[in-house]
Design a protein around this ligand. Sequence first.
Ligand code: ZN
Ligand code: ZN
Ligand code: FE
Length: 763
Amino acid sequence: MIGRQITVTGRVQGVGFRPFIWRLAHDAGLKGHVLNDGSGVKIAAWGSQTMLDDFQRSIAQSPPTLARIEGVTATRLDAPPPADGFQIAHSVSGHISTEITPDAATCTACLADMRDPDNRRFGYLFTNCTHCGPRLSIVTGIPYDRAQTSMRTFTMCADCQREYDDPGDRRFHAQPNACAVCGPKVWLEDAQGPVASADPVAETAQRLMRGQIVAIKGIGGFHLACDATDPDAVQRLRARKNRQAKPFAIMAQDLAQIRTFCDLSDAEAELLMTPGAPIVLLRTHRPLPGVAPGLDRIGVMLPHAPLHHLLMAQVDGPLVMTSGNRSHLPQTTQNDEARGTLARIANAWLMHDRDIVNRLDDSLMRVDHGGPSILRRGRGLAPAPIALHPAFADVPPTLAMGAELKSTFCLLGNGRAIPSPHIGDLTTPQTYADFRTKIALFQNLYDIAPEVIAVDLHPDYLSTRWGARLAKETGARLVEVQHHHAHMVSCLAEHQVAPEDAQSVGLILDGTGLGTDGTIWGGEVLVGDYHNFARKAHFQPIALPGGEKAVREPWRNLVAHLIAAFGPDWVQRIAGTPMSQMLADKPTDLIGQMIAQGLNAPLASSAGRLFDAVAAALGLAFDQQYYEGQAAMELEALIGGRAPQGGYSVAVSDKGVISWAPLWTALIADLEAGVDPATIAGRFHVGLADVLAETVASVASEARTGRIVLSGGVMQNRFLLHHLTDRLRAQGLTVLRHRQLPANDGGLSLGQACIAALSPDDR
Ligand code: ZN
Ligand code: ZN
Ligand code: FE
């Protein structure tokens, strides 16, 4: 008999790893013990060489669902084996497990418990175990145990306690463990108060099928639900929520039901069924009227809490499941708040008494030809840490404040980054308050006291102001980071590119961000690394007439683009196109004056606004965008499955200014010739991909690098991203794209954190 010390690192605490090891060791007849320590899980095991080899192999082959093994190392143990079998030992004293895992969808074993009439959890809506259930959404502090969660108010019954204490049980140390005797309960209310019903879920299902809107308390917040196949109900929800066009997410019972209205690849099916249970964007073949107007894709998720499973089994078809809030407010999490804010929207409330501590919006993902990518990182994905290059092992602890509209912050310490979940628009006071609270909570959860605080260059972002204030209060060093540099480095960091060899070309296609020259940037070709960057090419700066208004009203960008391309002649140039009639009742003269005099018409090299202008030329979201990116998303959707022949040409000056007069000339000619809008949209995308690939390749060869980073919100355009990637790879270039974080401003804070953490302290 020989001894072996095995250390397993990664996400191995709070996921049922010790009981898993305990069972494996028992089955194999090994002696020894397992415990948690600061580095992960440590195992001391005695047995024959073959037994130990098999044991070690099984650890890596079949770990618990929520575990993520990063490494398994083994050394020889010379000590003699213990007398008595295999034990779960107490954790090394002084060590606190700080690992908080993301919330996880109900596992198959728990579902089986709930569906088995002989099981004591038959029909119980809060069934969970170490492989599934709420986590970050219920945590108030560390160490992660029941007293530091919203389950502290429920005392476990004797049966639950027995499971909790038994290393052989799936619920060993499952902090939210509960049953119908001791755990949370669900009920239905309407405007008259509590609804007397023996089965609130069945009653909810019936009301939904009658066309009602029901607020349903989920894992990270309330949803508003209605029958997705009932256009009247969907329209009612839109009207009451004051949400004209923004797509609604759908919950479907299972994959078979999804296939009745969406195409579903194997990779997409797999993604839907991951424990994170994100909303996945899928191509619709049978659109649900009113659910995603003007778009060819729809966001769909599967049930991820026991309550959803029971509800979906009793309704006839998919449900709209959109975030439960009034327009522009964050998702509601508290019962009282839901009764108030959702009163004019919902007919009824399906509520429960387990508090949601941390609001988590549903995560949004998609699969494209390179694999899954994330568009919004919330429930089920956060707060998984992001591993960084080893060079970050001993940088000072850092906090990065993110941007403003798709706000996230990021903590960096102990060699890894912890990006916050999606928080949202900080200009909403409730969201801003949530942002500040979550920063404090995460510093506590991860025991990180920032010595460096990174903010965007933009002095007026609320995140910048709060960061400056925190720096002042704590004495942390404040580092300002240029917006598009942060986008680029975020992607470098995700791919663990080594800081000493990070020189790359960054193609950043974005809405707006403040440049180092005081103007607004957004369509940028940068050369740089974690430390510095240079602007090598950029989109032609074009006025934003009306400033913020130009972001909301695409027709303004159309006028600005036409003036930039043709000067005062623009009116004649478009005569005879539909654009001309559409612009007839707009104050275009006034816009012309604003631009000529530079009054409230700042120049911006924005990529987002170019898409808005082209969309408006085709009549898409012409007057107003109801949500960020609407015009661009509708423009891309217009192309459909077609791949147009050839793109519009685009001019690039020797100074690297990319300008659009030739594009507009060709586009107007196409409009006059009656070319169909889908082809025009395609030619625009192809032309843009061509000129950008060419520009980037020449900048790369000049900079002697073969690494290209693609980032910025516009990179969420699937068509453009695919064409760009293909063209760049065809030239032998290496293309890095976001995988673990969004390409939009939601991913910005990681880049800020890495730049600031490596910046010299020259105080
Ligand atoms: Zn489970
Ligand atoms: Zn119980
Ligand atoms: Fe941005």
